[in-house]
Design a protein around this ligand. Structure first.
Ligand code: NAG
Ligand code: NAG
Ligand code: NAG
Ligand code: NAG
Ligand code: NAG
Ligand code: NAG
Ligand code: NAG
Ligand code: NAG
Ligand code: NAG
Length: 853
């Protein structure tokens, strides 16, 4: 049966189209002359068909071109061949859901002078369409299929299956509309499209508006040809060319049936046939032509009388099997018929089932966009990205559970691909992505926020690039493994800001500052060691109880203990500067907050351990206690005491869903915070600077006692650890001392500034920074125009002692003075705050007195 495919394409070049009707518009046609250079030759109008053929250059990225020797007679003088890669694909835009006639032509023509006939496969998207074999060098092979694309992207791929090199001569697409040639399932691979005539020439465009190629076919031994010069009405949806219908065959033996037979390739092959009839003879009154249609000897339809010069089509509505290894279509005249049956044209198609669903179209578009962004030129990155599995693109992995479900891309691995530029925006459209590896490239710019919103993403490897900025908060979530080592300019916390202009100053000062912190901690450690008992006596009962963690046997946890204590990271408390914070329990009942770092710092284990060993001993009632730590391979975690009332920021914003804390509690929190800071500033010499005082770092215990968290711990070894040279000034925009930002000189007065901002926030509940105006400026300008009630947090409902409010406000404003020398010390702040509290208490006593009366 294979031989019935062979077609002498050379014939097409020599055939005379009988009537060239007025040129139909070739709307939606794609006619590619493969290998044609994209110059003045393209597009050209083929003289016989008047079809406009163009170069294929813009439809395929790979392959080489060659000319067919001049002595080979072919309509296509060039070819594209594919010495590289296994699968090479054309990309065509189509209308999903429409039926297309897709035609591919292959003429070897001994273009390589090797006389070696190639064989290979052709795929439509993810599915094998046909295997292409040749008989000899001169003859071509053509395959046609009626196919309804399931996406708007149609990929036609040539796949190498052996030693020989695939090639292609022409690729043509013709939209067929979608009301004919519709099957129950499967596409229709053309076997034959006959018009019954002895002419020996083919009929195609523009006689046929769909450009089917009608091949003349005649069994001269059995048939007699009849013809007409009159027009036949061809009005049915199959749009059969009038030229096709001007001829018909009838059996020469008037009582014999008209039979068309063929053998299927495989016993299971199924067929659809389309038989076209019109009476083209002038019948006498006493003459009739009536017949039945039989398939393999079984009656299919009829009796049927062809209408006079009007087309009728009889076709199978279900796929037909050929039993006994033979397919036979027969017309048998009825008893009352005076004339033999007649047939004008006959088509039959084999059903090809494309079972492999193609990759989700939005994934395909996204990955192609990514490939385009990075000008990736991988030979394997052609055709469907995921299927068939053996051709899956390098660096991808996909879901592949069920061939009837479109695969989705789950892994994108572009490690070591020389990528430059920023992280491609189109990645956001790979919505099922679980793993992304962009390591060892030269990517620049920021880590985009959208990565954090990709819910399924669990591994992100950005190691070894040149990214900068800070890592979005959204990426610091549970279950997400983020690897960012080797990005010297990247910072972990959102507290990073742009590198300082006076670049040289900053690293020097900052490293001095960091050294100062280490020294401060060292000193603090010895001071504490010596004074431990005294300090202990000063602790409230609760803290003393928790101190059991902070003794010399401070715990080092294994990672599995961390997993166990957090119940596999079940409950997220929040996001810290450098990682997620989870709830946990140790010793069965003591609650802890576990901060899990996204990745180990570049700093060595020794330094880390030394630092943690010191930090676990830092202790003050208004500083969060470090219970222990974990350092195991890539896993870094710090275990803190758990503070059930969360952070001050949540309370002020109302996010805790609880009543907003009242004025007197706010003052107490301000005092607690001030005490904690004072301890850092003067409880040890040289002074230790917190560097990141903000409402989010003030935690509240069950009695709303405030404790300062994140006191230089994590940042001092984490964010700095990314590179040897700290290039960023640490702090959070809005809280950052402008003088420190300007000079890079770090002093405890920077904490005072931040504290002032915190105090202003607690008084006013305004954003710390908005539209080029910071909170202090806002308070100043509001007070110039109106009184204190305008600046006070409306959530307080006016319930505060005005005098205490004024004092607190003035204190806050002096703390937030742009000039550091004008700011008070924390000790002065504490004295002033205590007086504020005294004022407020007077008011409360009076109120209570009034109520009891
Ligand atoms: C075919 O191409 C010729 C130029 O090569 C152009 O003039 C003509 O309009 C085109 N016809 C169609 C139907 O596109
Ligand atoms: C035919 O195609 C149109 C547009 O492409 C589509 O809306 C319609 O559902 C299709 N009809 C059938 C029977 O497939
Ligand atoms: C004509 O066909 C009939 C029916 O098939 C057959 O019986 C008869 O022998 C045929 N005649 C000739 C001359 O072949
Ligand atoms: C039909 O009628 C014509 C004369 O009008 C006659 O010659 C012919 O034999 C008839 N044919 C049949 C089948 O009766
Ligand atoms: C791709 O994913 C499948 C599961 O969908 C897994 O079995 C396979 O190992 C993965 N392949 C690679 C190369 O990661
Ligand atoms: C990505 O591919 C590289 C090799 O090209 C491999 O070493 C690395 O493990 C892969 N990454 C992932 C996440 O599979
Ligand atoms: C992502 O998909 C949307 C919708 O399909 C599209 O509009 C957008 O252009 C795509 N984004 C990128 C970067 O490809
Ligand atoms: C991330 O990429 C780097 C560099 O390719 C590699 O060494 C490391 O193992 C990767 N990590 C993971 C988890 O794949
Ligand atoms: C990375 O890119 C930058 C600029 O885009 C360039 O200066 C640098 O040489 C590149 N580095 C590597 C290793 O290619």
């Amino acid at each position: 049966m294979e031989s019935s495919f062979w077609l002498l394409l050379v014939l097409i070049a020599t055939l005379a189209i009988m009537h060239i009707i007025q040129a139909q518009d070739q709307e939606g046609f794609i006619s590619l002359d493969c290998g044609l250079p994209e110059d003045e030759l393209s597009p050209y109008t083929e003289p016989y068909t008047k079809l406009n053929f163009s170069s294929d250059v813009t439809f395929i990225q790979s392959g080489k071109t060659a000319k067919i020797p001049v002595d080979v007679l072919t309509p296509y003088t060039t070819i594209r061949y594919f010495p590289d890669g296994i699968r090479n694909c054309y990309n065509l835009n189509v209308q999903m859901g429409d039926n297309y006639l897709i035609r591919a032509s292959f003429i070897y023509g001994n273009y390589d002078g090797r006389n070696r006939i190639p064989f290979f496969d052709i795929y439509l998207g993810a599915n094998l369409w046909a295997t292409i074999l040749y008989l000899d060098a001169q003859n071509g092979r053509r395959v046609d299929i009626l196919h309804i694309p399931t996406s708007n992207l149609l990929q036609i791929c040539l796949v190498k299956t052996g030693e020989t090199t695939p090639l292609i001569s022409a690729l043509e697409l013709r939209p067929m509309g979608n009301d004919s040639y519709i099957t129950k399932s499967g596409s229709l691979q053309l076997e034959y499209c006959y018009y019954l005539s002895k002419s020996g020439s083919d009929i195609r465009y523009s006689s046929d508006i769909y450009d089917r190629i009608w091949v003349s076919y005649f069994q001269t031994e059995y048939w007699t040809q009849i013809s007409t010069d009159l027009d036949v009405v061809s009005s049915n949806k199959h749009a059969i060319p009038k030229d096709v219908l001007k001829n018909a065959a009838t059996p020469t033996n008037a009582s014999a049936p008209l039979t068309i037979k063929w053998s299927p390739d495989h016993p299971d092959d199924q067929y659809y046939y389309y038989a076209h009839f019109a009476e083209i003879q002038d019948l006498q009154a006493n003459e009739t032509r009536e017949f039945n249609v039989l398939w393999n000897g079984v009656h299919q339809s009829g009796p049927f009388i062809p209408r006079k010069r009007i087309i009728d089509t009889i076709f199978s509505t279900l796929p037909q099997l050929c039993e006994g290894g033979e397919c036979s279509f027969q017309l048998i005249r009825t008893k009352r018929s005076t004339l033999p049956p007649l047939l004008n044209a006959f088509e039959y198609y084999k059903v090809v089932k494309f079972t492999q669903t193609e990759t989700d179209e939005s994934d395909v578009r996204a990955i192609k966009s990514i490939a385009a962004t990075y000008a990736m030129n991988r030979i394997s990155w052609q055709g469907d990205p995921c299927v068939p599995q053996q051709f899956m693109w390098d660096g991808l992995n996909c879901t592949s559970t069920d061939i009837s479900v479109p695969p989705r891309i789950t892994t994108l691995n572009l490690s070591s691909c020389d990528l430059t530029g920023s992280i491609a925006d189109a990645i956001r459209n790979l919505t099922q992505l679980e793993t992304i590896d962009l390591s060892n490239n030269n990517l620049t710019g920021r880590v985009p926020d959208f990565l954090g919103n990709m819910k399924l993403l669990s591994v992100i490897n950005l190691t070894g690039n040149n990214l900068d900025g800070s890592i979005p908060q959204a990426l610091q979530r549970e279950g997400l493994k983020l690897f960012v080592e080797g990005n010297p300019r990247l910072c972990f916390s959102d507290s990073c800001i742009k590198p300082h202009k006076k670049k040289i100053v900053v690293p020097v000062v900052a490293s001095v500052a960091s050294a100062a912190i280490v020294i401060a901690i060292l000193v603090l450690f010895f001071v504490l060691r010596n004074k431990k008992s005294t300090i202990l006596q000063g602790q409230p009962r609760k803290s003393r109880m928790k101190l059991k963690f902070a003794n010399k046997n401070s715990r080092r946890f294994t990672y599995s203990e961390v997993i166990q204590m957090t119940n596999n990271f079940q409950r997220v408390l929040g996001k810290g500067g450098c990682g997620m914070v989870y709830h946990g329990t140790v010793n069965g009942s003591d609650q802890v907050a576990v901060k899990v770092f996204s990745q180990s710092s570049a700093q060595g284990y020794k330094e880390f351990k030394a630092e943690v060993d010191l930090l676990v001993r830092v202790h003050h009632t208004n500083l969060v206690i470090l219970v222990g730590y974990c350092y195991e391979g890539d896993h870094l975690a710090l275990v803190y005491e758990f503070l059930p009332n969360g952070d001050l920021k949540q309370h002020l914003s109302g996010k805790r869903g609880r009543p907003i804390i009242n004025w007197s509690v706010r003052l107490q929190i301000a005092l607690d915070t001030a005490l904690g800071l004072e301890y850092l500033h003067i409880g040890c010499t040289p002074p230790m600077v917190h560097r990141d005082v903000k409402t989010a770092n003030i935690l509240l215990d069950e009695n709303f006692k405030a404790k300062l968290a994140d006191f230089g711990l994590s940042r001092s070894f984490q964010c700095r650890g990314e590179s040897q040279e700290p290039t960023v000034i640490a702090g959070t925009i809005g809280y950052l001392d402008p003088e420190y930002y300007r000079t890079g000189r770090l002093a405890e007065k920077s904490d005072v500034y931040s504290y002032g901002v915190v105090l202003l926030e607690m008084i006013t509940n305004q954003p710390v920074i908005s539209k080029e105006c910071n909170i202090a400026e806002w308070v100043g300008s509001t007070l110039n125009q109106s009184d204190i009630t305008e600046v006070m947090d409306p959530n307080l409902g006016g319930v505060y002692e005005t005098n205490s409010a004024w004092r607190a406000l003035e204190l806050a404003m002096s703390c937030a003075d742009p000039i550091s020398s004008k700011r008070p010390t924390m000790s002065q702040v504490i004295i002033e705050l205590k007086e504020c509290i005294a004022c407020e208490n007077t008011r409360m006593n009076i109120n209570q007195g009034l109520e009891s009366q």
